[in-house]
Design a protein. Structure first.
Lengths: 197, 236
């Protein structure tokens, strides 16, 4: 990728900051795409760049405390950024199309062909709670393992697995299908990094 | 994998492969530079956010968002819709981005050489104290060329010497200029040619501002200590 003048930043901030710049740059290059996808899946392309910018600014300001696998941390921070966007739009009371998109708690994508082709799933998904929807999105779209899922939603891996199981069960019930709702939990047993690359 | 899994995954509105190259975009490069320009606030999340700090944070996010939005506009090819924009030491046009670095250098990223307007680029480089003669379809050089080119220009991706690009076409090369290292009385000659292959070729050299000659033939190779790079014809 085009490289910012990292040397300039490093020289300016001193040698103790060198490792921060290198680490953050590595994280940025690895995680920019997944975080952008995460944001676009939830708020669309227009607002995704705002969310990504806020997320990586927070990451830079907390670079010393980022976990070894930072993607779940970034997803969680992006959740906060999306919530900030919602509050800001609500405060301004701007009920234009973008505001309506954000105010819609469902945030169900409606532009892809697959969405149009699966209206039944869209209706059932929309009827779930936001917590259920998010855990399903994180597993199916971000491909998170139960451990990473737990980091994002703030619980243990076992609890995350349970929440995913129950969300799938409720979605199956809405869809009127009797299939076993444990496949996602089983098949997404990969690391977050692996799933998005 | 059962039917529900297939349906949920097929419903994914943004596939991973759609953003696999996102980190190499001009928008990402600009965002990274702007974030790195922000001061690190250690343990920020453990301190209560004062109203003033919250305002500063929101201002920084707004600036970053504006820069990211400009990058997105470039990605969407909104040429002509957006004019040159400057924020936080950055000039963005559809054709190129110039970032002013804290140490006095300036980094130029070519977004779309086909749209390059030499006068605009020359003026914008001058704003960053880089005296340049930007030409399209011609190239100017001095004989002998002034020494010191490798101290004035560095490239990314770079070879070991960091003053020349490896062979091949580079979609969005980043070029950093060090104006303080330019010898007195010199300018940077930056000549762009449209090749028969459809690529654009740019050649850089230091010239004496008072003594140079120009040619309308693409120089075959970097001469007199200059450097040459080929751009892809349009931003992918």
């Amino acid at each position: 990728m085009p490289q910012p003048d990292v040397n300039a930043v490093m020289n300016q901030t001193g040698s103790s900051a060198d490792s921060r710049v290198v680490r953050f740059t590595e994280i940025f290059e690895t995680c920019y795409g997944p975080v952008l996808a995460y944001a676009r899946r939830r708020v669309g392309s227009d607002l995704a760049q705002d969310v990504v910018a806020e997320t990586f600014l927070a990451a830079w300001r907390n670079v010393d405390e980022l976990p070894v696998q930072p993607l779940p941390w970034l997803y969680r921070t992006a959740q906060y950024a999306i919530a900030n966007q919602r509050r800001a739009v609500t405060r301004r009371g701007r009920l234009d199309d973008r505001a309506r998109l954000l105010a819609d708690s469902a945030l169900v994508p409606d532009l892809s062909e697959s969405v149009a082709a699966d209206l039944e799933l869209a209706a059932a998904f929309r009827a779930l709670s936001e917590a259920d929807r998010e855990v399903l999105r994180l597993a199916a779209w971000e491909g998170l393992s139960p451990a990473a899922l737990g980091e994002v939603i703030g619980c243990s891996a076992a609890a995350a697995k349970g929440r995913l199981h129950r969300a799938r069960k409720r979605l199956c019930r809405r869809l009127g299908t009797g299939q076993a709702p444990n496949s996602l939990a089983r098949t997404t047993d990969t690391t977050a990094q692996e799933s998005v690359t | 994998m059962n039917d529900l899994d297939s349906r949920l995954r097929a419903w994914n509105p943004v596939r991973a492969e759609e953003v696999s190259d996102a980190a190499s975009s001009a928008a990402a490069a600009g965002l990274l530079q702007l974030v790195l320009d922000q001061a690190v606030t250690r343990h920020a999340r453990h301190r209560p956010a004062s109203r003033a700090r919250r305002r500063r944070r929101l201002s920084a996010v707004a600036a970053l968002s504006a820069a990211a939005a400009a990058g997105t506009a470039l990605a969407l090819g909104l040429t002509g819709v957006l004019g040159p924009a400057r924020s936080a030491g950055t000039i963005r046009t559809a054709a190129f981005t110039i970032v002013s670095n804290p140490n006095g250098t300036a980094t130029l990223t070519i977004n779309n050489a086909a749209l390059l307007d030499p006068a605009t680029l020359q003026n914008d480089l001058a704003q960053d104290r880089v005296p340049a003669m930007v030409t399209v379809g011609s190239f100017c050089s001095s004989d002998p060329a002034p020494a010191g080119f490798s101290q004035v220009v560095s490239f990314y991706p770079a070879t070991a010497g960091n003053h020349a690009l490896p062979p091949g076409v580079h979609p969005h090369p980043a070029i950093t200029f060090h104006p303080a290292a330019m010898p007195a009385g010199t300018e940077l000659s930056f000549g762009v040619f449209h090749l028969n292959s459809g690529e654009q070729q740019a050649t850089f050299e230091l010239i004496n501002a008072s003594s140079y000659t120009c040619t309308h033939t693409p120089p075959p190779a970097p001469a007199n200590g200059g450097s040459q790079v080929e751009f892809s014809p349009a931003r992918s």
